[in-house]
Structures are given as structure tokens and as C-alpha cells.
Design a protein. Structure first.
Length: 211
């Protein structure tokens, strides 16, 4: 008689054969699966926001080569979705980038490493609203490491922020620190200007990016 453990082994062997033949039959199944998981389209609803301004300023003008930039750090690992940008007075085009300037980037800003960037994206939003400009994929950012949020906006003069804060604690208890960046050449700094928001998620075991 066939013992239970033998039967179990037979079953496992059979399953093993099945799964290995599945790979023979469809080497693309894995690929397809990973492609599906990567092609999730993110929207602003997938993220929390942190705002760095307490009030609105008068207006912000742009030239062909104006760059807005701000350094930031979070005290918790996060996934960064993108940045909120001001508009409010017509049609704009924006492009955003993220630079990693390392754990010492708060003391001394280096050029850093370009981590992510978008194409030129046309946008508009209502007065005093922010347009959520997202990277294609959320970017895992390490706690206590400095990054630069970079944006190039073109269009009519827009809303802007004032009374900026160097430190903001969010509803989910993440502390963000902001400092002015030397990449900025259009006046955006800790106190005033563009890039009023970061869109982020706290890293949990479920949404942790694979290493």
C-alpha cells in the first residue's frame, strides 16, 4: 500500500513537473506578471501630501531658464510620488526632477545624483490650487537623507507660497525638513515660491519596493 507520505511526495513531484513544464510552455508568463505589476498607474489619491507654506504670496514669474528647487529630508522611509506645483492663472508646462544629495546634503549641498525625472507635462489648475505632478513610479527615499526637489515651469505668472516652514510634521507623524537649494535660480527657497507640496506614502511592509 502507498503510505500517506509517499502519496504526498508523488503529488509534490507531479506538481513540480507541472510548474516546470509551465515555465517551458510560457517563459513569458513571469515577464507578463512583472510587467502588469509595474504598469499600475498612480494618481494623487494614492499619496498623502505635505505642504511647506502657511499662506499664499502675490505671484511668481517665469523665464525660459528659470529653475525652482528646494532641499528636503524626511525622518521616515517614504515613497515619493511627485510634487504639487502652483498654477492658477492659465496654462503651464512643468518638468520635475529628483536629486539624491546624501545624508550630509543638509550641511553642504553637492550636485547630487539625478534619481528621477519626467517629460514636459502641460497642466492647469484653479487659483490657489496645486497641480499634482507625478513621477512614473513612486521613488523609495531613505530616512534622514537629503534630496532636492527640482522643477522647471513655463507659462504666465502663477500663484506662489509664502511663510514657508523649515520643518513640518504631517498627520501620519512624518517630520519633513526643508532647506533652500543652490539649484534654484528663480527665487524659490524655504520662505517663498514654487513646489508647495510633496506627495508621498509611508513605506509599509506591503508597499516596500523590492531591493
Amino acid at each position: 500500500t502507498v503510505t500517506r507520505s509517499q502519496a504526498a511526495l508523488h503529488l509534490l513531484a507531479a506538481l513540480d513537473t507541472l510548474t516546470s513544464t509551465e515555465h517551458v510552455l510560457s517563459p513569458n508568463a513571469e515577464e507578463k506578471r512583472s510587467r502588469q505589476s509595474q504598469s499600475k498607474v498612480y494618481s494623487k489619491e494614492d499619496f498623502s501630501t505635505v505642504g511647506r507654506f502657511e499662506s499664499n504670496g502675490g505671484g511668481w514669474g517665469y523665464s525660459g531658464h528659470s529653475i525652482e528647487a528646494i532641499r528636503f529630508m524626511a525622518d521616515t522611509d517614504i515613497l515619493l510620488g511627485g510634487f504639487g506645483l502652483f498654477g492658477g492663472r492659465g496654462e503651464y508646462t512643468g518638468k520635475i526632477k529628483l536629486f539624491d544629495i546624501g545624508p550630509d546634503g543638509g550641511e553642504q549641498e553637492n550636485d547630487g545624483e539625478l534619481f528621477a525625472e519626467t517629460e514636459e507635462i502641460p497642466y492647469e489648475c484653479g487659483p490657489r490650487q496645486k497641480y499634482p505632478m507625478l513621477f512614473e513610479e513612486p521613488i523609495p527615499l531613505q530616512a534622514n537623507r537629503w534630496y532636492v526637489a527640482w522643477a522647471r515651469v513655463s507659462g504666465p505668472s502663477s500663484d506662489c507660497g509664502s511663510s514657508g516652514q523649515g520643518m513640518v510634521t504631517t498627520e501620519d507623524q512624518v517630520v519633513f525638513y526643508f532647506k533652500s537649494s543652490k539649484k534654484s535660480n528663480n527665487g524659490t527657497d524655504v520662505n517663498a515660491g514654487q513646489i508647495p507640496q510633496l506627495l508621498y506614502r509611508v513605506v509599509t511592509p506591503e508597499n516596500q519596493a523590492p531591493n
